[in-house]
Every structure is written in C-alpha cells, then in structure tokens.
Design a protein around this ligand. Structure first.
Ligand code: LLP
Length: 436
C-alpha cells in the first residue's frame, strides 16, 4: 500500500497525523480522505465527459451513507443510488437533489415508494412484478407519474465472491432476461406510459469485479434483447444503467483496473452494439459505491491484549472488529494494515489481528508482518471506506464508531461516536403483568 509518513514515523492521511486523530476522536475511528473521494468521483465523471457521452454516475450510497458523504457526492455532481427509505431519508437530509436520486430494492415497501413519489425522485428501478403493480397503483391513486428503469438479470456470472454476485441466473434480483420475464415487464409497461414511464434498463452483475468481460457480456445480452424489443414493440431505452461493482485494491495482490478503463470499455462496447444494430447511443449510467469510497477510508484501532502461543501464533487484539468491519467474517475478505505510530520501525514478526467480539471468527487479518507491538499502539487498516461503517452493527453491544473527514491538513467529525445511552435509547424495561 502506498501511504504517507511524517518525520515521527506516523501515518498521515489527508495531511493529518493519525495519532492526533486517534487522541482527538478516540478509536475505533473511520477516517476518510475527502480528496481521494473527489479524485475517484472525478475519474468516473471526467472520463464520460472526455468521451463526450451523456452519463450519470450514481454513487451507490449503501457503500457508505452519511449526510457529510452525500454532500460531497452532491458537490461532485454525482447522482445517487438509494436502496431503502433510510438511505433516501439521509439523502434528503443532505439536501441531495431528488431528481438525481434512483431508488433500488428487491422488496420496496409502500412507504418507500410513497416517499419516492412524494419527493419526485429521479427514477425507481423496478425489480419485480409485484412492485411494478404496487407502484402503478400508488401513482394512479395520485394521478402522478414516475420514470422507471427495469432491472434485468442477464444471466452473467462475474468472478467474485458468491454472496456478492447478482447478475447470475439464480438471483433474487431483477427480471430475468433469458426466460421472458423482462420482455413481459416491458410489454406491461409499454401498455400504459401515463404513470410509469419506461426510461431505460438497469443491470448490475456483481461487486469487486476486476475484469471487464462480465460487463461486456452483459451489454451484449442487453442488446440482443433490445434488438428484438425494438422490432416487436418499437421500444428503445433512453438510458442504459450498467450498475456498479468496479473492483478496488485491498491488498498488494489485488490489481484493479484504472477507473477510467472501466468507463472506456463500457462505452466502447455500447457504441459497438449501437452501431451493429443501427440504434442511437443511449445515456449511460453507472452506480459505483466501493470504487468511490473504498480506498478513501482507513480504520484506526488501538491495540490492547496480545496473546502469544509459542510456535503457533501471536494474537494482537484491537478495540473493534466484526462490529465495524464485517467483511473478513462474512466474505473472508483480506485487508492490509500497519502499526500507524511505528511506520519507521522494522517489521520483525508475524502476528494475526483479532477483533474483540466474543467469537473466534472475529479476526480482521491473519498473518501480517509488524514491528515490535505493544498495547496502546495504533493499528490502521486500509481500504475500509466501503461497506465498513455501513455494515457496522451492535454485536456484543459495541456502540458505533465515529467517522472523521480529513482534507488538506484539516479534520472534522462527521459522525459522532455512539454513546452507551444512545445505544440503549430504544430499549424499554419489561413490566410483567400483575400476578406473575
Ligand atoms: N448497484 C447495485 C444494484 C448494487 O446492488 C450494488 C451493490 C452497487 C450498485 C454498488 O456496488 P459496488 O460498486 O459498491 O461494488 N457488502 C458487500 C457488497 C455488496 C454490494 C451490494 N450491491 C461488500 O462488502 O463487498
């Protein structure tokens, strides 16, 4: 990993010494380098601009949603993918322009759809027949209209972890392209464009993808269908949303493509298909989450207990774990870390980094080389900006960590550390009925 060190041998992020951050805000602490978020966003947006292609880059806010984060996304001109009422609420609190918000979800509730209609968000990405009829009814009751995209499942298996595959045939998401479901939905939507306006198609093939083959195959499958739908129904989409999933670097062995490369390849393939079929170039939308925030985030922990099992292993425990980073336990995800206050010291031993949850599987990193470590040292894990805070949880009743933004030597708290009182604020005492 490439990182900055000051003359004290301390890790610096966004021009700030992390030792200072840890002593100011405590640990575990998520630290985001705002410049890195902006750089990632600009890579996507700028590449589309350079190519002269009409596009929307929608930040998938499931990767990390907070008011401050969505303000940055808004200022960078990104659109927004929300997948729940909670994410939509956060977006509205951040004053994100509703017309740039897209609502996803494989089981959208009536209140979610009502909120989308009430705030006139940009579009709803339809996922199934049940929801399509539900939305149709809600719009008809209000004599309102909504742009919709149809999420189709192309039957592509991208090379990634099983749980984060979404475009394969056996998937809970979307209308299947190969068995006629998607066509049936198109037919249904074209019958009555008064309430739901079929603006385009959506397809997301998975996450943490390092190759472009999967995207290219998906585009080809989409165009095969579009070729026939144009002929049969005269339908051709204004928008093609190709989803997110662009891989990032977690460890030295990860070799992600430059973000601009994904955009180039997607645009190139769509252009080829358009030429082949003699169609117009649609607007191209993408929805990266991890690739915007993943490598912009670092988590700081304080090292506590150290257990040595001679000739076997040394467990170095930190004050967080699967409560702030579920990914190692859930996907066997790998991370790299450094002892952030001892960057100038030689690495002399191999240890494993344990979390503090009451569970043997709560291990953040197996076998990592470190200098002589002691309690009180600061550990920094890299690339924790996506699906870290957003998947954090209260297991063992650990309160949620704080989040700080740093930029050009400046730091600011953007999510407060949860107190124990805040954590139990929804608990109510039990009063047994009389006579028990
Ligand atoms: N669009 C759709 C429809 C999605 O389902 C997702 C991710 C994204 C965009 C953004 O994907 P990204 O660019 O962030 O890879 N919790 C897992 C990842 C699950 C992603 C779910 N959907 C993880 O920690 O790796």
């Amino acid at each position: 990993m490439v990182y900055n060190m000051n003359d004290k041998g301390h890790l610096k992020i966004g021009g700030v010494d992390v030792v200072e951050l840890a002593s100011t805000y405590g640990t575990p602490l998520f630290v985001y380098d705002v410049n890195k978020i902006k750089e990632n966003a600009r890579n996507f947006v700028g590449t589309f601009k350079d190519l002269g292609v009409q596009a929307q880059v929608a930040y998938a806010s499931k990767a990390f949603s907070s008011i401050a984060m969505l303000q940055v996304a808004k200022d960078e001109g990104l659109s927004l993918d929300v997948v729940s009422q909670g994410e939509l609420h956060t977006a509205l609190e951040a004053e994100f322009p509703p017309e740039r918000i897209h609502l996803h979800g494989n089981n959208k509730s009536i209140p979610e759809l009502e909120m989308a209609i009430e705030h006139q968000i940009g579009c709803v990405v339809l996922d199934n027949f049940w929801e399509m009829e539900l939305l149709q009814g809600l719009l008809a009751e209000r004599d309102a209209s909504m742009d919709v995209l149809l999420r189709v499942t192309p039957g592509i298996e991208a090379h990634t972890h099983d749980y984060i595959l979404t475009g394969q045939e056996d998937s809970k998401f979307g209308f299947d392209l190969w068995n006629g479901q998607a066509e049936e939905a198109v037919k249904y939507l074209l019958q009555d464009q008064h309430h739901m306006n079929l603006k385009g198609l959506h397809c997301h093939i998975g996450s943490q993808i390092f190759e472009t083959d999967g995207f290219i195959m998906a585009i080809r499958k989409l165009y095969e269908a579009l070729g026939s739908w144009k002929e049969t129904y005269g339908f051709y989409p204004e928008v093609l949303n190709l989803g997110g999933g662009f891989g990032i670097k977690y460890t030295e062995s990860d070799e992600p493509l430059p973000l601009s490369h994904y955009v180039h390849q997607l645009v190139k393939e769509v252009k080829e298909q358009v030429e082949h079929y003699g169609f117009d170039l649609p607007e191209i939308w993408i929805e990266p989450g991890r690739a915007i925030v993943g490598d912009a985030g670092v988590t700081l922990y304080t090292i506590g207990s150290i257990k040595e099992i001679p000739k076997v292993r040394t467990y170095v425990a930190v004050d967080g774990g699967m409560t702030d980073n579920l990914r190692p336990a859930l996907y066997s995800a790998k991370y790299e870390a450094v002892v952030a206050n001892k960057l100038n010291q030689e690495k002399i031993k191999t240890v494993s980094i344990a979390g503090k949850c009451c569970e043997s599987g709560d291990m953040l990193i197996w076998d990592i080389d470190v200098p002589e470590v002691e309690s009180g040292d600061l550990l920094a894990t890299f690339s924790t900006g996506a699906y870290g805070y957003s998947m954090s949880n209260h297991y063992n009743r650990f309160p949620k960590s704080a989040v700080v933004f740093v930029e050009n030597g400046f730091h600011q708290l953007v999510i407060k550390r949860e107190s124990y009182q805040e954590m139990t604020r929804l608990d109510l005492p039990y009063t047994p009925p009389d006579g028990i």
